[in-house]
Design a protein around this ligand. Structure first.
Ligand SMILES: Nc1ncnc2c1ncn2[C@@H]1O[C@H](COP(=O)(O)OP(=O)(O)OP(=O)(O)O)[C@@H](O)[C@H]1O
Ligand SMILES: [Mg+2]
Length: 375
């Protein structure tokens, strides 16, 4: 079974193709196999939260009981990542001294960087997975990826975030034994720069910046080694990357580029999932026409006959539309199979808009796992 033995499954793919939904289905599948399973999502659509029976998702794992009959021996939980809280939690682990920790957490420069540094979301997602495995609360985690579009951010984020704290700008602020920061600032940028920063941002800001970087200078080592561990988790041979895409040429092209770039980074996707595939499920007009006409003749009357004719016309149009869309989707799936080969390609049916969120999720689950499961 493809995902059965994977402690971590990472769902990647272009924006809006259904990554969060599929991640939840995979976590449900793991729970159905008797595991303690968690889906770590990022900004799930309201509909999905509804389908899972959750009024809200939180930064702590929440157990989902909406499908408990399907996973009697296992459990399903969901967590919505709050990157800032995760960053703060990590600082808590790295800085055991409460006074120093508090000083760092309340530093405005820290607060700003932890919220805005590029790659923080991705880094913190994997950091969180690492922490969840360390505390052994779950056997299986499915990691959803954010709509920013680039799953490679996950692979590059640990390096990028660590590099930020050791690049030239940072070192410039870091206190050195030989020089005080003011001397350096004075020497390098001169009096004009210093007074400009002071005037624009205020002396308090300059002081806070310096105290942030001096506090962080001690953390660089631990921060880097954590980043390395997190990077290793992603490249662990047991970690399974799955690419989700939609049956349209633009999304397929994006998925192909993504899968090649993942492979360049030693994270070869093991399988592909094409979501929202239209299947021609309406019976052809010919096959039901006679039944409908017969019913009309039994009911009798001119009016009944006309209504039946109008109904059949509508059905025929719908049938034709569905047929042509299904044919397009079938060839899109074929295109995915071509570049994915010999890796498997799975499909998830498009669920009609009128279904309830819960029924939609169940229909997708059955569509994905009933016949050839990604296993
Ligand atoms: N097979 C399907 N049939 C019908 N609707 C679907 C299907 N899969 C997903 N959806 C719906 O499409 C919407 C987008 O799905 P989802 O949020 O899972 O995509 P995403 O790839 O995570 O998006 P983003 O890149 O914005 O994070 C949701 O409302 C979801 O309910
Ligand atoms: Mg999503």
């Amino acid at each position: 079974m493809l995902i059965a033995d994977a402690p971590l499954v990472v769902c990647v793919g272009p924006g809006g193709v259904g990554k969060t939904t599929i991640s939840s289905l995979l976590a449900l599948r793991q729970a159905a196999a008797g595991k303690r399973s968690l889906v770590l999502t990022i900004d799930p659509a309201r509909r999905l939260a509804d389908a899972l029976g959750l009024a809200e998702l939180t930064n702590d794992p929440l157990e989902i009981t909406a499908f408990s009959k399907m996973h009697p021996g296992g459990s399903l939980s969901a967590l919505m990542l709050d990157p800032t809280a995760t960053f703060d939690h990590m600082i808590g682990l790295l800085v055991p001294d409460p006074a120093r920790r508090q000083a760092l957490l309340s530093n405005r420069v820290y607060q700003n960087i932890s919220r805005t540094l590029s790659g923080t979301l991705e880094y913190m997602a994997v950091e969180r997975v690492h922490e969840l495995f360390r505390t052994q609360q779950f056997d299986r985690v499915v990691l959803d990826t954010p709509p920013t579009g680039n799953a490679l951010d996950f692979l590059e984020a640990p390096d990028r975030v660590a590099t930020f704290f050791s690049d030239k700008v940072t070192r410039w602020f870091m206190p050195s034994v030989a020089e005080s920061w003011t001397t350096r600032l004075w020497n390098r940028a001169g009096a004009a720069a210093l007074s400009l920063i002071g005037r624009v941002a205020g002396q308090a800001f300059v002081d806070e910046t310096v105290s942030f970087f001096s506090a962080f200078s001690d953390l660089l080592g631990p921060f880097r080694s954590r980043g390395e561990q997190v990077g290793k988790l992603l490249r662990d041979p047991h970690t399974v990357f799955l690419v989700v895409c939609a049956p349209d040429p633009a999304r397929i092209a994006e998925a192909q580029v993504l899968s090649e770039r993942l492979a360049d980074q030693d994270c070869v996707p093991r399988a592909f999932i094409v979501n929202r595939v239209e299947r021609a499920f309406l019976p052809g007009p010919g096959s039901i026409e006679s039944a409908v006409l017969r019913a009309a003749s039994l009911l009798g009357g001119q009016e009944e006959g006309e209504r039946t004719r109008a109904f059949l016309d509508r059905l025929e149009t719908l049938h034709r539309q569905q047929q042509s869309e299904a044919a397009l989707h079938a060839s899109a799936v074929e295109a995915v199979r071509e570049f994915a080969s010999p890796r498997p390609v799975f499909t998830v049916p498009r669920v009609p808009a009128g279904e309830s969120p819960r029924d939609s999720l169940l229909a997708m689950y059955l569509g994905l796992f009933a016949k050839e499961e990604p296993s």
